[in-house]
Design a protein around this ligand. Sequence first.
Ligand code: DAK
Length: 257
Amino acid sequence: MPIDVALDGHVATITLNRPDVLNAFNTEHLETLHNAIMTLAEEPEVRAVILTGAGERAFAAGADIAEMRDKRPSQALEFARLGQSVCLAIEAAPQPYIAAVNGYALGGGCEVSLACDIRIASENAALGQPEVTLGIPPGWGGTQRLTRLVGPGIARELIYTGRRVKADEALRFGLVNAVYPLSDLMDKARELANSIAANAPLAVRASKDAIARALDVELDTGLSYEAGVFALSFDTADQKEGMSAFLERRKADFTGS
Ligand code: DAK
């Protein structure tokens, strides 16, 4: 299978699994990944998802160049839509996605990590958008999401030059939130995922939805949305549980209702 999905408590881990080609995405890989994201989205017990790559060299080295090379424009458009649908599915998912970038995240690999809520990286990671070196611009949202994350100055430099950024520089740019030795990366990803999963899932989901709007709408509209989801949370059992647990000096037990 081009991906593996494993469940541990409230945390799912999706592993991109084509290590022979550094987990590059071909059509089957993307379709399987899209299906997995959509399936997990329907699982209320899953409260956080980790996305990582098999092996010790790559998260994903981008779109599969061997499959892509001979595409006609109409096929390229279909391929671009498929890659974009994966990124959009991650953003629309109720659970936060954590990209555990364990090596190369290039081109489409970087773009998929950019669609995730949080990126953490191993010390051997290298991220970049090398598309222009292949004769194409980024096509799965790199021009948009990278620009929003690191700002236009850095995004322009990285996209126009196609150069790879090592983990420490990526940390400096805010492209990743933290860097760990490769041997610790998955433990750190699980720790982060579990700390999210311990919180009220509906409140986390509402926060994800509201944060997404922060980049798309004017402040007034975003604040109205935030006020709306804040008010709605008072209709949940988890709001009563969270506040009762605080007042009773005990740990909250959230059910996602
Ligand atoms: N596709 C296919 N195979 C790949 C691959 C890729 N992206 N990246 C690596 N591989 C394969 C290599 O061919 C090699 O296979 P064998 O020769 O062993 O059979 C194996 O993985 C190991 O790679 P290397 O031998 O090259 O390993 P090195 O350590 O020497 O180099 C590297 C690692 C990651 C620096 C290098 O492999 C590399 O530069 N890979 C390509 C990275 C890249 O350019 N990625 C961006 C791809 S373009 C679209 C929108 C978006 C996109 C496409 C279309 N539309 C609008 C239509 C997305 C585009 C991209 O992602």
